[in-house]
Design a protein around this ligand. Structure first.
Ligand SMILES: NC(=O)CC[C@H](N)C(=O)O
Length: 205
């Protein structure tokens, strides 16, 4: 397959960083703001930012249902931080009117590491991605409290007060991390996702 075309949901958040990381990972990366633009992508990335704002803007821009439909149709999606929240079936400590695209059978808690803890760094071990532990950056991040049977727990915090917390998961073509690999220049998660997208395209053929 040629380099896959991967959209980055560009309503809000760290869109530019994901576009850059994908471009360095053998993908063609494009910002997505309108439903028509979704039709032309092989996969989607949902950036970090603020899930309540992203939810509002997704409704305003008419993207909520189209993205849900593409997910149901098997579109590969990777969400980091707020993007993880947007992929969660159940969100705790959310705003009552907050919507998600859902897709991953999991319960996430927003701002789980404590509201006062704006950001912190910790090592995370990720199954299926060889090499050293990830030096992960968390910014008002969620964690995963519960997963369904079909969800693969891929990564947990390895040390510190949050040790053992689930911060990376995969269910089929959907991947989510509570941390932001797009901010640290470690391209392994993006490369893993691009590989997942290639395999999904091969399987569909
Ligand atoms: N860095 C982030 O994406 C933070 C997520 C944010 N706290 C939210 O609830 O959406």
């Amino acid at each position: 397959m040629k380099d896959p075309v991967i959209g980055v949901l560009a309503l809000q958040g760290d869109v530019r960083e994901h576009l850059g990381a994908l471009a360095e990972s053998d993908a063609v990366a494009r910002p997505i703001r309108r439903p028509e633009e979704l039709d032309a992508v092989d996969a989607l990335v949902i950036p970090g930012g603020e899930s309540t704002t992203m939810s509002n803007l997704a409704i305003t821009f008419g993207l909520l249902e189209p993205i849900r439909k593409r997910i149901a149709g098997g579109l590969p999606v990777y969400g980091s931080c707020a993007g993880m929240i947007m992929l969660a079936g159940t969100v705790l400590d959310g705003r009552p009117d907050q919507e998600s695209f859902a897709g991953i059978d999991m319960t996430v808690r927003r701002n789980a590491f404590g509201r006062q803890v704006d950001s912190f760094e910790a090592d995370v071990q990720i199954e299926d991605i060889p090499g050293d532990d990830f030096h992960a950056v968390f910014i008002r991040a969620p964690w995963v409290e519960e997963v369904g049977d079909d969800v693969q727990v891929m990564g947990r915090v390895t040390s510190g007060p949050a040790a053992g917390r689930i911060v990376a998961v995969r269910q089929g073509n959907l991947l989510a991390t509570a941390f932001h690999p797009e901010l640290t220049g470690d391209l392994r998660v993006h490369r893993y996702f691009v590989e997942l997208v290639r395999r999904a395209a091969d399987d569909a053929r």
